[in-house]
Design a protein around this ligand. Sequence first.
Ligand SMILES: *[C@@H]1O[C@H](CO)[C@@H](O)[C@H](O)[C@H]1NC(C)=O
Ligand SMILES: *[C@@H]1O[C@H](CO)[C@@H](O)[C@H](O)[C@H]1NC(C)=O
Ligand SMILES: *[C@@H]1O[C@H](CO)[C@@H](O)[C@H](O)[C@H]1NC(C)=O
Ligand SMILES: *[C@@H]1O[C@H](CO)[C@@H](O)[C@H](O)[C@H]1NC(C)=O
Ligand SMILES: *[C@@H]1O[C@H](CO)[C@@H](O)[C@H](O)[C@H]1NC(C)=O
Length: 414
Amino acid sequence: MHLVVVGIFLALSTLCSSLDNGLVRTPPMGWMTWERYRCNINCKIDPENCIGELLIKNIADKMVDSGWRDLGYVYISIDDCWSLKKRDSNGRLQPDPDRFPSGIKALADYIHARGLKIGIYADMGNFTCGGYPGTTLDTIKIDADTFASWEVDMLKFDGCYSNSTEKALGYPKMSAALNATGRPILYSCSWPAYEGGLPPKVNYTLLGEICNMWRNYDDIQDSWASVLDIIEWFADNQDALQPAAGPGRWNDPDMLIVGNFGLSYDQSKSQLAIWAMMAAPLIMSNDLRTISEDAKELLQNRLMIAINQDPLGKQGKRIAKSGSLEVWVRELVDEQYAVAVLNKGTDGLPKRFTTSLALLNITKSTFGYKLFDVFDKEFLRTVKPETAFDMSINPSGVVMLFVRPATGRRHHHL
Ligand SMILES: *[C@@H]1O[C@H](CO)[C@@H](O)[C@H](O)[C@H]1NC(C)=O
Ligand SMILES: *[C@@H]1O[C@H](CO)[C@@H](O)[C@H](O)[C@H]1NC(C)=O
Ligand SMILES: *[C@@H]1O[C@H](CO)[C@@H](O)[C@H](O)[C@H]1NC(C)=O
Ligand SMILES: *[C@@H]1O[C@H](CO)[C@@H](O)[C@H](O)[C@H]1NC(C)=O
Ligand SMILES: *[C@@H]1O[C@H](CO)[C@@H](O)[C@H](O)[C@H]1NC(C)=O
């Protein structure tokens, strides 16, 4: 797609200071255990859904066979509760041998053989959130070395059982320790979420220099209320958060719950639309073995993914609110844009909304713009900036548009 190619230039010429490990110039995509599988370690009763190598291998196979990998969903990440409650005699973290009988290195080999990347979890503090051994200042180096020796590609570094002083030392120290291993490892920091997520307590300039992505806010749960709460927090604080994001450094509003139990079809579109507008990591936590065709089609929407992965790497913003409606705009490469109109309302009648590109500050193209509906996957019409157009947005649903400068030529192709 045009959208993706042109911008590589722009992305390279943008001077910004980000963690210099060459990774995630566009937001990472993949899958993670936490939201769906939690700390389920009961493999006797629930062998297919417990945190163990069977689940990870099953999902890795699905990521390949069902087309996820080829769309960019390449990280498969183990969250908390993978280790034994004790370090080994050399002071190293060790996986629970009942649940990971082949060990993490063998699992990494399995995942790499399928063209995927493996993520693991640790916690800056005395214990992980689930009560497993934490990574204290004195064990940062050995843990970074252990993960690199297992050929891990991503580390989520949580922050339970710690304090602000220790975190301020530990998060940069882990960044340096990962770098010193010589292995490029995507570094996801939960640090800001533990400090309220906002300046002055959180220094986003520093985060961009030491982490590839970071959790700013609370954990997502399997409900629309949770998705909405996250959207509102990010929008309300966008002036502090939006400039922090860019190639190699991303705000993380947490996992995609599309395909689970809590969201309707329209709400699923809404989560995906706003995550794409926010240039958020697209990390699913769901069951790819049993996911519905509807949810799969939404998560595999190529235009939604291309917008999320736009190489300019500029996070979008909520530019207007009107009653239950919110209007979001994200600038893309090549003078293209994405627009999302979210209806937070729950009164049953779909809301009509009339706007124009001029009202959205999209005015430069002399031939006007072509509008594409992202979820209906269709070309709508060509408009001049002043042309009024309207749409109908379902309760707790969204309309998402891709806006491309018209060339004067007739052909339009998604
Ligand atoms: C380590 O940091 C240096 C300097 O920022 C960078 O050039 C190098 O690519 C980094 N290496 C890894 C493995 O992250
Ligand atoms: C971590 O454990 C040490 C040693 O037991 C203790 O001094 C420290 O207060 C603990 N830190 C936190 C944040 O609980
Ligand atoms: C913070 O945690 C560190 C490491 O556990 C501990 O040494 C220090 O005393 C704690 N500081 C405060 C203010 O609690
Ligand atoms: C934030 O971090 C940057 C980069 O490390 C540093 O230059 C700046 O002084 C810090 N800002 C504050 C307010 O501490
Ligand atoms: C409109 O867009 C221009 C550049 O495209 C930007 O400089 C300006 O700040 C925008 N205005 C508003 C109100 O967003």
